[in-house]
Ligand binder design. Structure first.
Ligand SMILES: Nc1ncnc2c1ncn2[C@@H]1O[C@H](COP(=O)(O)OP(=O)(O)O)[C@@H](O)[C@H]1O
Ligand SMILES: [Mg+2]
Length: 357
């Protein structure tokens, strides 16, 4: 393992410094802290960029929870900021803009059955097309759990397949579809050629964006995880998939780390030792990555104030209080006092309850 001073700095400062970045993806398993980390990254970026947009593509949206503010599918200014916008998009398809014709519907559903993910690909492409016209300095993605995100990055080939399938269906059925649409009195602009055209258009956007996604000057992927076996395993899978798709990644955020301070509980001490084992493996496997460690807090990270407070660990490596110092003893005594007070209160409550009975 490399010596401490040979490792890349354990912060996300490199992302803030990389002025060319346009797309920052944040991904990992559910519940590890993706939304928290992407929200904080967007807050930090807003201090060095002219405008920042954070987009949640996770169907289980929680940007609204993190910022304690409602967001919709159009970018909304985050309260307390002048240049930070947020939006939550539904990765599920919206067919509203297509005509509701029987022939068309079955054609589309046949297409959707033939190529799983095509509807998602289309709506993702529409969203990217929209976002590209908006001219944000940098866009942060709070992505859905791992498998979902990787599918998202496969969309260009998904669309490619979609187009091929369209062509073969068209050839197979000849003019049947257009006859049908005429029969139902549908305008030519809604005919199969229109759909084909729309797919072609999407493909252009996707191809263009995909080229940007593969450019390490423009795009990077931040992996969020926790120091546990499954998360280490998932992260490795993610990193390998990303390299397969030629998407740059060199930041890992390890969240919910227990630091050796004021831990009195035997259980937590045991958990801490377990975490250390996986932390060592992370450092061994990813010695060329910026690995940022975040402490597990006793409370949730909720609201702009809490996010801002927590953000300092993203730019200054967290340091556990040193053992055997006055500070450490003070912290320990403080924790013990809290425990004592809690136990006394509990006792008081129990006694009162008994008196009533
Ligand atoms: N280091 C931490 N300490 C304590 N709570 C945390 C920490 N990081 C995240 N949380 C909380 O854990 C919950 C899940 O985090 P979230 O960022 O929503 O995860 P994800 O988006 O990956 O599902 C949230 O309630 C968040 O406030
Ligand atoms: Mg989330």
């Amino acid at each position: 393992m490399a010596a401490e001073d040979e490792l890349p700095e354990g912060t996300v400062q490199n992302i803030l410094d990389q002025e060319t970045l346009k797309w920052v993806f944040v991904g990992g398993k559910g519940g590890v802290g993706k939304t928290t980390c992407s929200s904080i990254l967007s807050i930090l970026l807003s201090t060095v960029r002219s405008s920042v947009l954070i987009i949640s593509t996770d169907p289980a949206h929680n940007l609204s929870d993190a910022f304690k503010q409602r967001f919709t599918k159009t970018p909304t200014l985050v309260n307390g900021f002048t240049n930070l916008y947020a939006m939550e998009v539904d990765p599920n398809v919206e067919h509203d803009d297509l005509p509701n014709v029987e022939g068309m519907d079955s054609f589309l559903s046949e297409l959707a059955n033939a190529i799983p993910g095509i509807d998602e690909a289309m709506s993702f492409a529409e969203m990217l097309k929209l976002v590209q016209t908006m001219d944000y300095s940098v866009i942060v993605f709070d992505t859905a759990p791992t498998g979902h995100t990787l599918r998202l990055l496969q969309f260009p080939s998904t669309l490619e397949k979609g187009l091929q399938k369209m062509m073969s269906l068209k050839n197979k059925f000849g003019g049947l579809l257009s006859q049908m649409t005429r029969l139902f009195g549908v305008d030519d602009e809604f005919g199969e050629d229109a759909i084909l055209g729309r797919l072609e258009g999407m493909k252009d956007v996707i191809e263009q964006v995909n080229k940007q996604f593969k450019d390490p000057d423009l795009t990077t992927f931040v992996c969020v995880c926790i120091p546990e076996f499954l998360s280490l395993y998932e992260t490795e899978r993610l990193v390998q998939e990303l390299s397969k798709f030629e998407i740059d990644t060199h930041n890992i955020i390890i969240n919910q780390v227990l630091f050796d301070e004021a831990i009195e509980s035997k259980l937590l001490k045991a958990r801490m030792r377990m975490q250390q084992k996986y932390l060592d493996q992370f450092y061994e496997l990813y010695d060329d990555f910026h690995i940022t460690k975040l402490p597990l807090l006793p409370e949730e990270v909720c609201g702009v104030e809490a996010l801002r407070e927590f953000s300092r660990h993203f730019i200054t490596p967290y340091k556990a209080i040193e053992k055997g110092t006055v500070e450490e003893l003070e912290t320990r005594i403080c924790a013990l006092r809290t425990q004592l007070t809690e136990a006394e209160e509990e006792l008081e409550r129990l006694r009162k309850g008994k008196q009533k009975a």
